[in-house]
Design a protein. Structure first.
Lengths: 383, 385, 321
């Protein structure tokens, strides 16, 4: 159906604020792309530029290889679902859904049929004659979806469409939207600040920060091999433990890294993955370990004292202290905590019996150790 | 694809229906115009109603056609001119009216105030203003306006505060407030007639309410209470002074108090209802009496609203005109006010230079009041934010 | 303008009610049961008596006029209206004679009633439509100097209409005016004088409509005119109703503008006719009371039936220049 291409897309406001310094991104035909990032990262600005609601101050925006920078929203043939749903309060559900068709002077019978189809699909048939004010939150959300679907547009744009729903309904609707999009096959750009939504819904996820693209990849790739510290820490809950460490030595088969008093030796495939470390012997790095890499099968062991236990039902989170400072991703690079110790979280099998104060031996899956450059925050991979 | 095709045929049919509508409008208008012409100057009930509807229809129809046609024309343009033209269609008419109807005339009036003569073409400098502030009759007019402002603003606000305080949560509160508010709906001309009737004097067979009460009080009060022409009395209840208003003015002032008090009541009452309960309850627990709770807690809390009421009424009083027209006998009894003087000088005495000067003085008098009001509003918003 | 502030709008159908509340001073205490809040009471028996006394005092003059208008002429001229209760004789004769009464102009009084209607209906509609278009543009169209223009318009609320009467009349009578005189001139004059306040109120209101709804309509392909007529106007009904009622009463009760721009008795409204009647028939109370009551009947109906909107409109319009 349609592809969307952004080439060096820029947004600079009149007051000089650069919301988007230059973004290159492509959305393939039929793809569900999620734009995710913390609030203020420019994701909504990008979406609004694509919609035509925000002027583009530089670069090119192409829909199907046609430059649409100067097209008004009505000329781009896109449909949008807003965070507040933006239903027309004075019109019935049926009129809300039919509004765009009415503007295009669609034949009355065709219009009726399409509205009925969409209402059927979204289970809105019973409320077609109601006004938005008489609907529940979930129904309003579905009307907003219906209004987008009925137009059969080139693209769907969705701006945090689930953030006004309660937690349970959000999970349910999340799945429904995914299924619907796959069924209709319409190219979709979806904006959210919720990384769970991003991971569960997107074919690909683009992580944005201060208007810059940090990484755009499939959810699995984003999780398993983040390009940089920001993505590593943004994706995943509880988030990745990142601690300052040092490359102690490297020889033919193995690489040894120290974290506080602990030493971890990477061998075989685990060493190959991070062969870039070989050239960094003696230098400090950031070591990243996801909580679940400390709780399953592993080749290395780590001794810790348990500070805190959090039982979540599906997993058991164990907090313990490592005497090496934590590392954070900040704007423009990396920050090392001033505190000499940091907390490491491990995710264990909930059936394990662990108490505060226990001395525990954790197994570390060395194939899931990440390393980041302390200057740039970029991931260190195969060298 | 099918959507595009059906869109194409639909647009042809809308073109056709637009043509039909246009034709219907033209024919309909022709018929109405024909009937209107036939009726001529007739005064029968049908003729009157028809002519009224015709005038209304033409006015509203013109308005709709005006915006509709201009917008359609703007839509024919190519971008970026189309968007610009559409902005012009939306905001242009209002701007033209404001510039042509308010800004330019104000400047012209200021200029006219420096001229005199029947054609207002003789340079007069500031002599119009000099006359206003030196000639006795004009000074009396200014004096009257000052008293109008003081008495109407003061009494309306006091009545407003009193009723708002005592009626609050009283049984029948809405009815009492509605009765006080009712005069606000009535025209000042109507109010003038109502009160002229109250003040009327028919000594032999008294039907004026005030005189009836006045004479009825004769046995009780000292002195002799005789029927009185209240609206012609230029003394202040017997006292002759250039600084005090005549009784005739006072009796007109009462009418405006009667009108404005309801306004003050409704607004102050709404504000008092917004005072948090806790505040008053806390004062009570600290040992405050009803009176103290009202004057120390509630009234200071609604201070900005009271200031709004005072400034709003002041502006209304400065421009009082209709009451003097209805009751003031043309301002002949030393009971004139600025707005009436502006009207009579400009439009009956053809002394537009002087009339303009009066208008300018009114404008200058209004500005500081509006300024106080604006500052007060700002303080109110900031307090709330 | 305490009562009109842009407020954050809620989504969906609650918009309209939120806007209604927005135009009225909030009274949170109304929601609390009276009985439980005895300590807050500010009233007292003396206070209540005073309120009712004032209410009575305020009603008597109108009541007297009302009674008098139904009494036979002979009774009116020989006895006070308060004697009516001991000798109630009711007649509609006064109304009949005042409607047919032709003063110096040779036109029956009924004519002026219809003039008032012809002046007032468009005189209320035109300014609101013109102001609503401008308010929409000042809220939702992008053009340079938009905010400066709005500030300028608000500042014009200071100008008393007396400042504009003479030059406007000169223009209307100069031959350059496209208007043929009479009633349309009165409409235009009222439109001009209503403009700053109406734009101010409507922009505050229209500008506080949720921006996403307007954007959704644009994405759906709606032009400015469609958004304005299909979305903004229907959503602004509460605000428009209040302003319309205020403007309607303002024009209906107006004397000055009609007198200056009406161009003679042919186009004069009832207020003007009543002033003439006061001048020529000042003691014919059977005519004056009935005539005054006819002129008051429309505002009173509006007041009694639409009190809520009416109060809100008055509050909003109270600073009219």
């Amino acid at each position: 159906m349609s592809t969307l291409t952004m080439v060096n897309l820029q947004k600079r406001y009149a007051n000089g604020f650069e919301a988007v310094p230059g973004l290159d991104l492509e959305i393939h035909d039929g793809e569900f792309l999620v734009l995710v990032g913390p609030s203020g990262c420019g994701k909504s600005t990008v979406l609004r530029m694509v919609a035509g609601l925000e002027d583009i101050t530089g670069g090119d925006l192409m829909i199907d290889d046609k430059r649409v920078n100067d097209f008004g929203p009505q000329q781009r043939d896109i449909a949008m679902v807003f965070q507040s749903y933006a239903l027309y309060p004075n019109m019935t559900v049926a009129d809300n859904i039919a509004f765009a068709m009415r503007l295009r002077k669609t034949d009355k019978e065709v219009m009726k049929k399409k509205v009925a189809e969409v209402a059927e699909l979204l289970e809105l048939t019973a409320v077609l004659d109601r006004k938005p004010g008489q609907l529940s939150g979930g129904q309003r959300q579905r009307v907003a979806m219906g209004r987008a679907i009925v137009r059969e547009p080139k693209m769907f744009l969705m701006d945090e469409p689930l953030s006004n729903l309660d937690a349970k309904l959000r999970v349910q609707t999340r799945a429904e939207i995914s299924k619907l999009q796959r069924r209709l096959g319409v190219t979709t750009m979806y904006v959210t600040h919720d990384q769970v939504e991003a991971m569960t819904m997107g074919d690909r996820v683009a992580v944005l920060r201060k208007g810059m693209l940090m990484q755009c990849a499939s959810p699995a790739e984003l999780y398993e091999s983040p390009d940089n510290l920001f993505v590593a820490q943004f994706i995943g809950s509880p988030s990745m433990n990142v601690i300052r460490g040092q490359v102690l030595s490297a020889d033919d088969g193995s690489i040894t890294v120290s974290v506080g008093q602990q030493q971890v030796t990477l061998e075989g495939a685990a060493a190959d993955r991070l062969s870039g470390l070989r050239s960094m012997v003696g230098r400090p790095i950031a070591v990243g370990i996801r909580p679940e890499a400390l709780g399953g099968d592993g080749t290395a062991t780590v001794e810790v004292d348990v500070d805190l236990v959090e039982m979540l039902g599906s997993e058991l989170l164990v907090h313990s202290t490592v005497n090496a400072p934590a590392v954070y991703s900040i704007e423009g690079g990396v920050e090392i905590s001033e505190h000499p110790d940091s907390t490491v979280v491990a995710s264990l099998d909930p059936r394990k019996r662990v108490k505060i104060g226990d001395r525990l031996t954790l197994t570390l899956d060395t194939l899931r150790v990440h390393a980041f450059d302390l200057d740039t925050g970029n991931a260190i991979g195969r060298g | 694809m099918s959507a595009i095709q059906s869109g194409g045929t639909a647009s042809i049919s809308t073109e056709r229906s637009k043509g039909t509508i246009a034709a219907a409008v033209v024919i309909g208008y022709g018929v109405l115009y024909g009937i209107r012409t036939l009726l001529g100057d007739g005064n029968g009930p049908f003729a009157q109603i028809f002519k009224t509807l015709y005038t209304v229809a033409v006015g509203v129809g013109f308005l709709v056609a005006f915006f509709g046609i201009l917008y359609a024309l703007a839509s024919q343009l190519k971008e970026p001119w189309r968007e610009r033209a559409r902005v012009a269609v939306f905001v242009g008419p209002a701007l033209i009216l404001l510039i042509g109807g308010l800004i330019v005339p104000s400047v012209l009036t200021a200029r006219l105030s420096l001229f005199t003569g029947s054609n207002t073409d003789k340079w007069y400098g500031l002599l119009n203003y000099k006359a206003m502030f030196t000639q006795r009759q004009n000074l009396l007019t200014l004096r009257n306006n000052v008293w109008w402002v003081i008495l109407v603003t003061g009494f309306s606000t006091i009545v407003g505060i009193t009723v708002a305080r005592f009626a609050d949560r009283m049984r029948g509160e809405p009815i009492a407030k509605a009765l006080l508010f009712l005069p606000m709906a009535i025209s000042m001309v109507g109010a003038g007639i109502i009160w002229r009737f109250v003040y009327a004097n028919n000594p032999s067979k008294q039907y004026g309410l005030l005189n009836w009460i006045w004479v009825g009080l004769d046995p009780i009060l000292p002195g002799k209470q005789e029927p009185h022409y209240w609206l012609q009395d230029t003394t202040f209840f017997g006292i002759k002074s250039d600084f005090l208003p005549g009784s005739n003015t006072v009796f007109m002032i009462i009418v405006l108090i009667w009108i404005q008090a309801g306004f003050a009541t409704v607004i102050i009452s709404a504000a008092i209802k917004g005072v948090p309960d806790d505040l008053v309850e806390a004062a009570r627990i600290d040992g405050a009496t009803d009176r103290q709770a009202f004057y120390k807690i509630v009234l200071p809390y609604v201070k900005t609203t009271v200031i709004t009421v005072v400034t709003t009424i002041t502006i209304a009083v400065l421009k009082v005109f209709d009451i003097v027209q209805a009751m003031g006998l043309g301002g002949a009894f030393e009971n004139n006010v600025l707005a009436n003087q502006m009207y009579t000088e400009s439009f009956t005495k053809q002394n537009e230079g002087y009339g303009s000067a009066v208008a300018v003085v009114l404008f200058i008098a209004v500005v500081p009041v509006v300024w106080v009001n604006a500052r007060n509003q700002k303080a109110m918003r900031e307090a709330r934010a | 303008m305490s009562d009109v502030e842009p407020a954050a709008m809620t989504v969906g159908g609650t918009v309209a009610t939120a806007m209604v509340d927005d135009m009225q001073p909030r009274s949170p205490r109304d929601q609390t049961p009276t009985a439980t809040k005895v300590t807050k009471k500010l009233t007292s028996p003396f206070g209540r008596a005073m309120v009712w006394l004032l209410a009575l005092l305020w009603t008597v003059p109108t009541f007297g006029l009302f009674i008098t208008s139904f009494r036979p002429e002979v009774d009116i001229k020989t006895t006070g209206w308060w004697t009516f209760f001991s000798n109630p004789t009711v007649t509609l004769e006064n109304y009949k004679s005042v409607l047919d009464y032709t003063g110096g102009s040779g036109r029956p009084f009924s004519n002026y009633f219809w003039n008032s209607v012809a002046i007032t209906v468009p005189g209320a509609i035109i300014p609101i439509v013109v102001a609503a278009f401008a308010a929409y543009a000042l809220s939702w169209m992008k053009f340079p100097g938009r905010d400066a223009i709005f500030v300028g318009i608000v500042a014009l609320m200071v100008v008393p209409l007396q400042m504009c009467l003479i030059p406007l009349l000169q223009f209307f009578t100069s031959g350059f005016s496209p208007l043929s005189g009479g009633i349309p001139q009165i409409w235009v004059a009222h439109t001009i004088f209503a403009m700053p306040l109406a734009i101010f109120l409507l922009r505050n209101f229209i500008g506080s409509l949720p921006s996403e709804v307007i954007e959704a309509a644009r994405v759906d392909g709606a032009s400015h005119m469609t958004i304005f007529t299909k979305l903004v106007l229907p959503l602004s009904v509460p605000a428009i109703a209040s302003i319309a009622i205020f403007q309607f009463l303002w024009v209906w009760n107006d004397l000055l503008v009609a007198k200056v721009f009406g161009g003679g008795s042919k186009n004069a409204p009832m207020t003007s006719a009543l002033i003439d009647m006061v001048g020529t028939k000042g003691n014919d109370w059977q005519l004056l009371t009935a005539g005054a009551f006819i002129s008051m009947i429309v505002p009173l109906i509006v007041f009694l039936s639409l009190q809520r909107y009416f109060v809100r409109g008055l509050l909003a319009g109270s600073v009219k220049g």
